[in-house]
Design a protein around this ligand. Structure first.
Ligand code: SAH
Length: 301
């Protein structure tokens, strides 16, 4: 087993690289939320979608000033190439719209709503895919991997927060990928350790997260099947890749009172979302809905 090389995120702040972080969680977006399970879909993490919003899902965009254009935009989607200053604004509106849709699908936790509304998902995908970044779809991030769809990210984070104390303490994420969910987690938890086994993605994620200047996010290169003992015990563990079983190391590194949320094979090649709660009396496992995540693999590449 290879040891983990800890790579803390450096505080670099290119001017105007990100929208300002909000001081706290704003009021819930969209009143009258439904229950968590209503309208949830199967949570496929690798489905590909058409390259633009369906007409019915066209986001509400802010009113434009004279002379401002939206270049190179499919109908209803903000331009990737556009007048400077407009893009951030446009994406903010589209992001708010994405959160509203998640609320309609059952997302009720205002902390998760705020975090998803705050993190610029379009910064984590190839610029050619930026106009799809706020659709409820997974997208390729290179090396055969995908960024999980927002619905699945929302569901897992909500489950994580439901089962743990507040504020969320130290969290371990297995499968950094492009770093998106890690940055969202860093809005919700005191400390986040995120491990990736593919060097190319780990490096890409470091670049992606740098502009966010998060001192509580630590990206690690290594095999997440071994967890990360140095940061243990964790109030929460979340995996973005599913294997045949949950590694013992994750159980060992979960704090008493902590919760693990991960995809796992449940027979016949099917995957389901699994929640494990650790108490003084032991572990309690709950199998939830079907999901489709990339496979959890051992070793590093
Ligand atoms: N949360 C990520 C999703 C990435 S997809 C995002 O927001 O982009 C899941 C990732 O898990 C892939 O990058 C894959 O390489 C990684 N992975 C699979 N097995 C792993 C392991 N044993 N240790 C660490 N990462 C692993």
């Amino acid at each position: 087993m290879k040891s983990l090389a800890k790579a803390p995120v450096k505080a670099v702040n290119p001017p105007g690289a990100t929208e300002p972080r909000r001081p706290g969680f704003p009021a819930a977006l969209g009143a009258g939320t439904t229950g968590l399970t209503s309208g949830r879909n199967s949570g496929r993490a690798d489905a590909q979608r058409p390259s633009s919003y369906p007409a019915s899902a066209a986001p509400a965009l802010p009113a434009r000033q004279p002379g401002q254009t939206r270049q190179g935009s499919p109908a209803g989607v903000p331009g990737v190439v556009g007048a400077s200053g407009m893009l951030t604004q446009d994406f903010q509106a589209v992001r708010a719209r994405m959160v509203q849709k998640l609320v309609q699908q059952g997302l009720s936790d205002p902390r998760v709503q705020a975090a998803l509304g705050q993190v610029e998902r379009h910064r984590f995908v190839d610029s050619a895919l930026a106009n799809q970044a706020y659709e409820d779809t997974s997208l390729p991030i290179g090396l055969g991997q995908t960024i999980s769809k927002p619905n699945v990210v929302a569901r897992m984070l909500e489950l994580l927060l439901q089962g743990t104390g507040e504020p969320l303490g130290r969290v371990l994420e297995i499968g950094t990928g492009c770093g998106y969910q890690a940055v969202v987690l860093a809005q919700l938890a005191r400390e986040v350790y995120s491990i990736e086994r593919l060097r190319g993605l780990h490096d890409k994620a470091r670049e992606n997260v740098r502009p966010f200047r998060l001192t509580n996010l630590h990206l690690l290169f290594g095999d997440g099947m071994a967890g990360y003992a140095k940061g243990a015990p964790y109030a929460a563990i979340i995996a973005a890749a599913g294997g045949e079983a949950l590694p013992q190391a994750w159980m060992d590194q979960l704090a008493v009172g902590g919760r693990l949320v991960a995809p796992m094979q449940v027979g016949g090649g099917a995957q389901a979302l699994v929640v494990v709660d650790k108490s003084a009396r032991g572990l309690r496992q709950t199998v939830l809905e079907a999901v489709h995540f990339v496979p959890l693999k051992s070793g590093t590449l």
